[in-house]
Design a protein around this ligand. Structure first.
Ligand code: FAD
Length: 286
């Protein structure tokens, strides 16, 4: 194992002061489930490691008037056990429940899943579907809030500055009647990283037409994103089986436009289409 200095900040201010001075040469550690393997393999070689799980204001889930706030060091287990999240964002909770095995869920955090920006992340695409926003803080610039959709620049690369900490994830409350679901296809059941996952959010109006639809496949593109063209195809229309069938084809085309044709495309197209159709059917029955 390489040599670095481990720093335990006593407060948010202490952590921000530390990064203001040494951010360029530091790595933040939360649960360590991504960082520690990276340190072991010497893929990263920081001089300092800033340990943030003991900072209390970074933990927990709070309900506000129009939104929810999730602390970055909230673990997947804490998300799964949260009644607030289960009631309001079932798909997000399903995504947290799908991560690794119990040990990884007990240590791994929502903030680490975002900041690591892996193309195979499970919770990150679910957050994108929910329109998540990120609260970032630094000593130099104070607080800034940015949409998650703008924060991931490329695989494993975010727009976070070296002196910044992700200090919160904000989710606006969804309109009444919004249904959501998450499904993951892994290599093995336990401890599997996603081969593909899909998050859907759907709302119908009083005429049973689609008034809101968000579709985010994960682990199939370098950076997860909403599938706007497929969403627009269904918006304002009744989700009849023929239209859903056509939308599933468009969804697969949209994915291939981003990824290009690869060896796995032949397998991914029918799988994505089928998961989408099955999840739409389930959401329409609810
Ligand atoms: C066996 C195994 C199975 C796994 N299975 C899955 C899976 O099924 N699905 C999945 O999505 N992931 C999986 N992972 C990956 C991992 O558990 C997640 O990405 C986890 O969310 C990372 O969180 P962490 O707290 O451990 O992050 P860490 O490892 O502590 O940090 C990860 C990165 O985020 C940065 N960071 C952390 N917190 C902050 C912050 N607040 N502000 C700024 N930067 C920060 C760190 O500097 C580092 O670059 C698996 C990992 C292992 C080892």
């Amino acid at each position: 194992m390489q040599r670095f200095q481990f720093y335990n900040p006593r407060s948010v201010e202490d952590a921000l002061n530390f990064l203001a001075e040494k951010g360029e040469r530091s790595k933040i550690i939360a649960g360590g489930t991504d960082l520690i393997p990276g340190l072991r393999l010497e893929e990263i070689r920081p001089d300092f490691v800033l340990n943030i799980p003991e900072i209390n204001p970074f933990r927990g889930i709070k309900e506000m008037d129009h939104s929810f706030w999730i602390g970055p060091t909230t673990t997947f287990t804490e998300m799964v056990e949260s009644n607030l999240l289960s009631r309001s964002f079932p798909a997000l909770v399903q995504s947290a429940a799908s991560v690794g095995g119990p040990q990884i869920r007990n240590r791994g955090t929502i903030g680490g899943n975002i900041a690591n920006a892996s193309p195979a992340a499970d919770v990150l695409p679910a957050l994108l579907a929910h329109g998540g926003e990120l609260e970032l803080q630094s000593k130099r610039n104070g607080k800034r809030i940015i949409p998650l959709a703008e924060a991931i620049l490329s695989p494993y690369k975010t727009c976070f500055r070296s002196d910044e900490i992700l200090t919160g994830i904000i989710l606006k409350k969804l309109e009444l009647g919004t249904r959501s679901a998450f499904e993951k296809l892994g290599r093995r059941k336990a401890m599997a990283r996603a081969r593909m996952n899909l998050t859907l959010l759907l709302r119908l109006n009083h005429r049973e037409e689609v008034s809101e639809l968000r579709i985010v496949p994960g682990a199939v593109m370098p950076v997860a994103k909403r599938m706007d063209r497929t969403e627009r195809m269904l918006l304002g229309k009744k989700p009849e089986p023929l239209l859903i069938e056509a939308a599933s084809k468009t969804l697969a085309e949209e994915m291939v436009e981003v990824t290009g044709a690869r060896w796995s495309t032949e397998y991914k197209i029918p799988v994505l289409k089928n998961i989408f159709k099955r999840m739409m059917k389930q959401l329409l029955i609810v």
